[in-house]
Design a protein around this ligand. Structure first.
Ligand SMILES: [Zn+2]
Length: 425
């Protein structure tokens, strides 16, 4: 695997394929997919046991669309099995990082690998702006999320330090002079607040900002860009497969990292959707041979489009709506995260972030961080739309708040069930 991967790393084609034509991209992906599928059906106990894989001949995958012959896997597929069943035990994984799902949507599970975290995957929009691959590995950036191993090019600062040691944290960012500040929208918004509160409005001046891990509202983007004087490049990924895509300078969808990832969108029952159809996002990680994730349900929803971008790239773009697979239950009604996203899209001029809390079976609270108070008409509109989803017996309270406490990881929990005691969860 390692040799194989090194070989791939050396291959210039690997770095360039996302700038090729659709046909070249799909040929590349098909070849990788065949290799991965063959490997999984030979070496991974769980895949060996799946009848599709047991009978599969790689030649029967004739075009990339034939991937739909393979079964869809979910988080449950992995977390309900012993680790040994879904990793390649024929080779050592010593020295290969272990990954774990964050557990925001259920019991976490551990896997081996996760290779899509190089600067090439995380910051490739810089390549499109003329930075060479060589220099891409030497850019200075601030990772404002959690502490990681020290590195001369990376300054890692836990997000909570912004509140605990505001002055010191801002000074260290200023002195580091990063090209990029990378963090989740919630933490970037907190950075802006702390800068304003401490009078550091001009010191922190990255050239770029990269956001990840949460839905970025248009309004939050504007606030962050105005305060830091730099453009935000939003990025999409999941713990299991690393970086899936990132925006280009036109900020119109995530360009898929096609050399590493095959992305698909399917309906709720798994039927493949036509280009531009809205549904569940599946990914296949073409790099991870230790824990293959093939047609893996991300839990996120969105649409995928193969249409040449204004930037010139032909690689498909993904628009993600409903970042988490979380949902709230009111009686018979299950409300999925994406059904709340109208709050950010239809009220985008004032709502920056929101949280929906279930306080009891009969009470829902909508917490809004907003630029102004919602008017009575807007309040009624929100109540009426949510009332249709939750059922007429549910009272809906709309509240403007100053802040929303984030989870331990720093992520904003958009949906929260406060009707159960913490012990009972
Ligand atoms: Zn583009």
């Amino acid at each position: 695997m390692f040799k194989h991967f090194l070989h791939k790393l050396k291959s210039a084609r690997y770095y360039a394929i996302h700038q090729s034509s659709r046909r070249s991209i799909e040929d590349w992906q098909l070849e990788r997919l065949r290799t991965l599928v063959t490997h999984a059906s030979k070496h991974i106990p769980f895949y060996k046991d799946l009848s599709t894989y047991a009978h599969l001949r790689p030649e029967s995958l004739k075009k990339i669309g034939d991937i739909t012959q393979l079964p869809i896997l979910t988080k449950d597929t992995f977390r309900n099995r012993p680790f040994e069943e879904y990793i390649d035990s024929s080779r050592t994984y010593r020295g290969i990082p272990l990954g774990a799902t964050s557990g925001t949507t259920g019991k976490p599970f551990v896997f081996v690998g996760g290779t899509n975290l190089l600067n090439f995957q995380r910051f490739r929009f810089l390549l499109w702006q003329g930075i060479t691959l060589h220099n891409l590995s030497k850019i200075k950036y601030v990772y404002l999320n959690k502490a990681t191993i020290a590195n001369p090019y990376r300054l890692s600062i836990p997000g909570m330090n912004l509140s605990a040691y505001a002055e010191r944290t801002l000074n260290s960012i200023e002195n580091f002079r990063p090209l990029i500040i990378e963090s989740m929208p919630t933490i970037l918004l907190r950075l802006v607040e702390v800068m304003k509160a401490t009078g550091h409005m001009t010191g922190v001046r990255p050239t770029y900002i990269v956001s990840f891990g949460e839905m970025l509202s248009p309004h939050a983007r504007r606030i962050i860009e105005a305060a830091l004087g730099a453009k935000v490049y939003d990025r999409y990924g999941i713990d299991e497969a690393g970086v899936i895509g990132i925006e280009c300078a036109f900020h119109d969808g995530f360009h898929i990292n096609v050399e590493s990832i095959i992305a698909e969108v399917v309906s709720e029952d798994g039927t493949p959707l036509a280009d531009g159809g809205y549904g569940k996002i599946l990914v296949t990680d073409l790099n991870n041979f230790h824990t293959p994730f093939i047609r893996y349900d991300t839990g996120d929803y969105g649409k995928l489009l193969w249409k040449k971008c204004r930037c010139g790239l032909e690689s498909p773009r993904l628009w993600v709506q409903g970042r988490y697979s979380a949902y709230l239950v009111f009686g018979q009604n299950i409300i999925h995260h994406e059904e709340f996203s109208f709050l950010l899209t239809d009220f985008s001029d004032q709502i920056i972030q929101y949280q929906i809390a279930k306080l009891s079976d009969a009470l829902m609270e909508v917490r809004l961080i907003a630029t102004r108070d919602v008017t009575a008409a807007e309040r009624e509109e929100i109540q009426s739309r949510l009332g249709k989803l939750a059922g007429e017996k549910v009272e809906i309270r709309v509240r403007r708040v100053e802040s929303i406490p984030s989870m331990e990881s720093g992520k904003l929990q958009t949906l929260i069930d406060e009707s159960v005691s913490p012990e009972g969860r």
